[in-house]
Design a protein around this ligand. Structure first.
Ligand code: TNX
Length: 509
């Protein structure tokens, strides 16, 4: 390539512009509109300042934190005006909406305009991807740190772009969750669904039922010590995520997947006998006692306390694989639970099994099937329910990539990078079109996932593909272009220390 450029006799400035152009095309998710401005670039230097008006200083400070580590520059943040990096909450094209932004790179600086801090944050994530990969290093690198001349206008296709982490099968401490927040936020994922409870562990402190966490949280798959989040730790995760435009959606799974709760309190069992704690990986064997009043007092208490520490609008009630609950009991149970969620000011999300309970239209079924039609889900969509798309054979981040993948499961199939990218959440499921789809989510179940490195290996490089399905207009969907953009993320992940799967479908640099 270098020889080719020399042969064509390009000047070194033009060569730089050429190299810069590669970065312009490598942003994931693909922006709505990108215009390269030839022969223009801006380099971050020791004298660069970061400027933001009052509302934008939080976002500016997060950007400065990333840029300071690798550049070693002071990069002071102030509300002054002038050249350098400037974050503005006025003057954006109204097309950007609530989460979009405009980004312009001229010879004197980078300007990001948005109508909200969420939009400013998203603009700064694009700026990171326009800089060389070494910008992501945690130690000082040598420059230049050059951004190619560009005009970008960008906004999301869907309002909900999510990642789910199962902290129940294996417990992950707050630091691991926060690192995952950082990693997903770079791709403009704006919801983190935490699967907080399951047969193998209860991971959130509930004051009115303290044994849930202290006893129900005391183990995990394989028999390790488990763990749980105190309310302070949970709130700290929520705040950390919120600063990065990520809203936490807590899940308490019911009526099945409840052995940890049933083991913690004998009265929650129909026979009044607490089962043992469970550390295996079977599903479908546990159920709350649908006929007992105490069950609904328990649920009311848990949802009240969880809602009080969750500023986001959604609360996930699980509802999947309730194979130890009869169909009639399941409906009766959900008819009592939906109003409790509403009573505490939240909108319920549930695995799509809840569609069989004819939920009110405010409830969001999360599709996790492996087929492209589901009569209960399409009927719900027909009544006006929004559907969250997580088809297990496309979006499940715990599925193996190939038969050689050391981690994960394969009940929904193998999901190589292309399979995870090549589907359209706006017309995948019959009867659930673009307007009925609320967005996409990539669930990461952790029966086989034990460490931060394991999480990264399964999420990268598939999660960016889901993020692009959720953010970019379908007109930008193109595997050939995408795989080049994805390849450009490899050096970034290396600089960040992200343990990613080097899929042979991608030509990594
Ligand atoms: C099915 S997907 C489950 C989870 C498992 C997962 C493993 C869903 C709603 N329930 O309990 O962890 O398969 O892939």
């Amino acid at each position: 390539l270098v020889a080719g450029l020399l042969l064509t006799g390009l000047t070194s400035a033009a060569t730089q512009a050429q190299a810069a152009a590669a970065q312009i095309d490598s942003v994931i998710p693909a922006p709505v509109s990108v215009q390269a401005v030839p022969n223009v670039s801006y380099s971050i230097t020791a004298s660069t300042q970061i400027r933001a008006q009052a509302g934008g200083t939080g976002v500016a400070t997060l950007l400065a934190d990333v840029l300071r580590r690798s550049t070693g520059f002071a990069l002071p943040v102030s509300d002054s005006t002038g050249d350098g990096v400037s974050l503005q909450l006025s003057g954006a094209d109204p097309q950007v909406g609530a989460e979009g932004y405009q980004l312009e790179v001229t010879a004197t600086g980078v300007t990001i305009k948005a109508t909200t801090t969420a939009g400013l944050f998203n603009g700064t994530q694009t700026l990171r991807e326009l800089l060389p990969a070494k910008i992501e290093a945690s130690t000082v690198q040598s420059g230049p740190f050059t951004v190619p001349g560009a005009k970008i206008l960008d906004y999301p296709r869907f309002a909900y772009r999510g990642a789910m982490l199962d902290v129940a099968r294996h417990f992950f401490p707050p630091d691991v969750v926060k690192r995952y927040v950082d990693e997903i936020a770079l791709y403009k994922v704006n919801y983190l669904h935490l699967h907080l409870t399951d047969d193998q562990g209860w991971r959130i402190a509930i004051d009115s039922w303290p044994n849930l966490a202290t006893y129900g949280g005391s183990t995990q798959v394989g028999g390790g010590p488990g763990g749980y989040y105190t309310k302070a730790q949970y709130s700290d995760i929520v705040a950390y995520a919120a600063a990065r435009n990520v809203t936490v959606v807590p899940e308490v799974d019911m009526p099945g997947h409840t052995n940890a709760a049933l083991a913690s309190y004998a009265q929650l069992n129909c026979n009044g006998v607490a089962p043992k704690l469970y550390t295996g990986t079977n599903v479908g064997f546990s159920s709350l006692c649908v006929s007992k009043d105490v069950t609904y007092q328990f649920i009311d208490d848990v949802i009240r306390e969880l809602a009080a520490m969750t500023p986001g609008p959604y609360l996930h009630i699980g509802g999947d694989e309730a194979s130890s609950t009869s169909a009639a009991d399941y409906k009766a149970f959900m008819a009592k639970v939906f109003p409790i969620v509403t009573k505490y000011g939240k909108r319920a999300v549930g695995w799509h099994d809840v569609a069989k309970a004819t939920p009110p239209t405010s409830v969001i079924p999360q599709f996790w099937g492996t087929t492209t039609s589901d009569s209960a889900v399409s009927a719900a969509a027909g009544r006006g329910n929004k559907v969250l798309q997580s088809p297990a054979n496309k979006a499940y981040l715990d599925m193996k990539y190939t038969s050689g993948t050391p981690l994960g499961q394969d009940w929904a199939g193998k999901i190589e990078v292309r399979t995870g990218y090549d589907w359209n959440p706006g017309n995948y499921l019959s009867g659930v079109g673009e307007n009925a789809a609320m967005g996409v989510e990539g669930p990461l179940w952790t029966e086989t996932i034990r460490t931060r490195q394991d999480i990264e290996f399964m999420a990268f490089p598939r999660l960016p593909g889901l993020a692009e399905l959720g953010w970019s207009p379908w007109s930008k969907h193109n595997w050939t272009a995408y795989k080049q953009r994805l390849a450009a993320q490899g050096p970034r992940w290396q600089a960040m220390g992200v343990n990613f799967y080097r899929s042979t479908q991608i030509t990594w640099p």
